[in-house]
Ligand binder design. Structure first.
Ligand SMILES: Cc1ncc(COP(=O)(O)O)c(C=O)c1O
Length: 511
């Protein structure tokens, strides 16, 4: 039989030619490709330079968003040139500029360009890293990156782990793995979760709320969580933790399961005393899970925050590359001391068993919930290869120095009051000079100042309520920010505070 020659279709004239409804997808996209590549390069270049200047946040009243929200499902194809024009304006005008030096909100660092390229390349090759046979490269990259992340937290080379969508899901996986290791699959096969309702998770009041979500999904409910008070440094009170466990054991109803330790709490980047938590976990035969999503990386700074070193004591650790490895969203990870801790729990006998790997590579579908999985590891691998441990270590050291500078400024200026501990890279404080104001008025003043800064596009900072007082939270996780930016922000707060205090008009926010 004569074989048909496989030849590329002749390119059509270009982007401005609008594809007609019913044209083949493959033909349309082949025509588009050169222009898409050119668009990508040009857009990236201009965004990278523009997004570090001007406003941090988009303008308040946006016609673009109004139009977008009303858009019906497109019936036919749109002219590609017009479409790219539209997306260019949307991205340039409507994105919060996380790479701007004045972006200091949440734990949302800017992304490194090489890691952004990794994300784009992973999409181009579109591998499904569910099975080693389906994506040998993606699987090997993920195994490598997991081992490197393990090294950052001080785990042995034999550790296991998986890349997840973020810290929240990694916390869920960690608690599920703990439940399996301690109690087997009790309740999960026959759907009887009676025993799960007896299980107890112990964590501090400062632990991230994703642990509550995980407890709900695992059938423990939030009643299954014992939130233990913290000391002045936001570290869990070890004495109260021990008492809570002993009380639960005595009742004979509750089944103590996991201690969740913190290595960098979301609000103030505080570190629990993980050595004591390990001792208690061993004494009562509990699992020690450590949420190091944010603060675990600071372990490799020149002078790590007190308590960061001990992360390696955990049975499972959450570490988010989309936080301090500066890779684009999304990318979290769960690390365990042995790969079996995940495959025991998540390795279901499914319809794809013939795909089981024979070599040294794991099937990541058996390490978590996801079956279709992107090649997240490429962006992490690229960032770590390009910069190496030493460059990250120097950057973490720099960020800790800026945080220390902010702490010093706040502590030595009587117009400001620090809220919560310092020592990591997140600092909470508030304006407190207008002393003739009542506490509730000071709260409102701080809240208005913050909202005004964000609305004017001058900065992006969080509002925090700590010990009943409202203030600001600045998260030093931006490699474009330096001490001068922090000084300018404090001046901005002071100047807004004095003009608002003078006007005394609490109902009208300044434009
Ligand atoms: C300590 C900590 N744990 C967990 C999370 C949740 O991580 P993600 O947003 O990646 O789900 C965060 C988010 O900021 C966090 O700071």
């Amino acid at each position: 039989m004569e074989r048909k020659q496989l030849e590329p279709a002749a390119p059509r004239s270009g982007l401005s030619e609008c594809a007609a409804a019913g044209d083949r997808l493959a033909d349309i996209q082949q025509t588009d490709l050169p222009s898409l590549i050119a668009f990508f390069g040009a857009f990236w270049e201009s965004y990278a330079s523009d997004a570090v200047h001007g406003r941090v946040t988009p303008l308040d009243k946006s016609r673009i968003l109004d139009a977008l929200l009303g858009n019906p499902l497109p019936e036919g194809p749109m002219d590609a040139e017009q479409l790219l024009d539209q997306v260019r304006s949307m991205l340039a005008q409507e994105t919060v500029k996380t790479r701007h030096p004045m972006f200091l909100g949440y734990v949302t660092p800017p992304a490194l360009e090489i890691a952004a390229l990794g994300e784009a390349l992973a999409a181009v090759v579109n591998q499904n890293v569910a099975f080693a046979t389906l994506s040998p490269l993606g699987t090997a990259l993920e195994a490598t990156v997991v081992r490197w992340l393990g090294e950052i937290v001080g785990y042995p080379q034999t550790c296991g782990g998986i890349l997840t969508s973020g810290g929240s899901n990694a916390n869920l996986y960690g608690l599920a793995a703990a439940r399996y290791q301690l109690f087997g699959f009790r309740g999960a096969v026959d759907g009887n979760y009676a025993d799960s309702r007896r299980l107890r998770i112990y964590c501090s009041e400062q632990t991230h709320h994703s642990v509550d979500k995980a407890a709900i999904l695992l059938g423990l409910g939030t009643d299954g969580i014992r939130r233990i008070p913290v000391d002045r440094d936001h570290r869990v009170r070890v004495d109260l933790l021990r008492t809570a466990i002993e009380q639960d054991i005595e009742t004979d109803v509750a089944l103590p399961m996991v201690i969740v330790g913190n290595a960098g709490t979301r609000l103030c980047c505080a570190y629990d005393d993980l050595t004591s938590l390990r001792e208690i976990a061993d004494e009562y035969r509990l699992w020690l899970h450590v949420d190091a999503a944010y603060g675990g990386f600071l372990r490799i700074a020149e002078k790590p925050p007190c308590g960061a070193e001990a992360v390696y004591l955990a049975d499972s650790v959450v570490l988010d590359p989309h936080k301090l490895l500066f890779v684009p969203f999304d990318c979290g990870s769960l690390l365990v001391r042995h790969p079996r801790h995940l495959s025991d729990c998540f390795g279901a006998e499914g319809e794809y068993n013939e795909m089981r790997p024979s070599g040294p590579l794991h099937d990541y579908a058996n390490f978590g919930m996801q079956l279709g999985r992107s090649m997240k590891a490429l962006k992490v691998w690229l960032a770590l290869k390009r910069y190496g441990r030493a460059t990250y270590s120097a950057e973490f050291t720099r960020l800790l120095r800026i945080a220390a500078h902010l702490t010093r400024r706040v502590d030595t200026d009587p117009r400001f009051e620090r809220m919560g501990p310092a020592g990591g890279t997140a600092i909470c404080f508030r304006w407190c000079e207008s002393r003739c104001l009542r506490e509730d008025e000071l709260d409102r003043l701080n809240s208005i100042i913050r909202r005004t800064l964000v609305r004017r596009g001058a900065a992006f900072v969080d509002e925090v309520v700590l010990d009943g007082k409202t203030g600001f939270r600045l998260c030093m996780t931006n490699f474009n920010t330096d001490s001068g930016d922090v000084d300018r922000l404090l001046e901005g707060i002071a100047s807004l505070a004095s003009s608002l205090s003078r006007s005394g008009d609490w109902n009208r926010e300044p434009t």
